[in-house]
Design a protein around this ligand. Structure first.
Ligand SMILES: CC(C)(COP(=O)(O)OP(=O)(O)OC[C@H]1O[C@@H](n2cnc3c(N)ncnc32)[C@H](O)[C@@H]1OP(=O)(O)O)[C@@H](O)C(=O)NCCC(=O)NCCS
Length: 213
């Protein structure tokens, strides 16, 4: 006997990355299937995401966000706060002093600050000084698991076409999972993945070519 069914796919709000398909079978029984949402980027629950270059006048805002980032990373690294109660980051000013090799962006979601992406030309994981490297990357907790990080990363790579290197300490397991997924979606599996240990810290390293859209 042949059966046919009409499947309705819905994406619930707030967006949680799952699509739900309801199959109405005979005698009124309902079978609910769950699978990764294929239309995630088109979902109307998805905020509009944009990278906004950070000008020097916005340095204090970036420094504020950097504190939250350091606090998150202190779960994996032995970061220390100063007597002023701040982690601090002495190299932030380089992003304005070396504009040819350092790039700083706020991640905006529906025109609100959602995080930041910092990139450099030259990576500690490769020898070619023209390679791009994701130096620091952060999405505020309230904006996480909405796809914002993945979209922002893709926008960063599109914006600076070339050979990209992404590194994540393997003890930051969530970051490794996030980057593996973001890179393989972006580079369509045409990427290299390896581990690299420097000064006792083992990192997962991803390399791929970015392209302009
Ligand atoms: C890592 C980080 C940038 C992810 O940002 P995000 O906007 O939440 O990521 P996305 O929503 O785009 O996630 C895309 C996919 O990555 C994976 N992922 C993201 N965060 C994850 C987590 N905490 N645990 C497991 N997988 C995760 C999932 O596969 C996710 O898809 P799903 O939500 O459909 O399951 C964010 O958690 C963060 O800022 N962390 C602290 C700073 C940090 O570790 N930065 C990276 C340094 S290398």
């Amino acid at each position: 006997m042949r059966c046919s069914a009409l499947i309705y796919v819905t994406c619930e709000k707030p967006h949680d990355g799952l699509a739900r398909a309801s199959v109405d079978v005979r005698r009124g029984a309902d079978v609910i299937l769950h699978f990764p949402c294929p239309a995630r980027m088109l979902c109307d629950a998805m905020p509009s995401i944009a990278l906004q270059p950070v000008g020097q006048e916005a340095a204090p805002i970036l420094a504020n966000l950097f504190e939250f980032y350091c606090h998150d990373l202190s779960a994996h690294f032995a970061l220390r706060i100063g007597a002023d109660g701040r982690f601090g980051y002495p190299h932030l000013s380089l992003y304005w002093e070396q504009p040819e090799s350092r790039f700083a962006f706020f991640i905006m979601a529906d025109n609100e600050l959602a995080g930041f992406a910092l990139a450099t030309r030259g990576s500690s994981a490769t020898r070619d000084r023209s390679d791009f490297d994701v130096a620091e990357f952060f999405v505020l907790r309230m904006h996480r698991r909405l796809g914002i990080g993945a979209v922002a990363a893709a926008q960063l790579w599109d914006r600076l076409p070339g050979h990209w290197v992404v590194r994540a300490a393997i003890k930051n397991e969530a970051a490794v999972v996030f980057w593996r997924r973001a890179v393989s979606n972006y580079a369509r599996d045409e990427h290299i993945e390896r581990t690299l240990t420097v000064n006792g810290v083992t990192r997962q390293v991803f390399e791929f070519e970015s392209h302009t859209v």
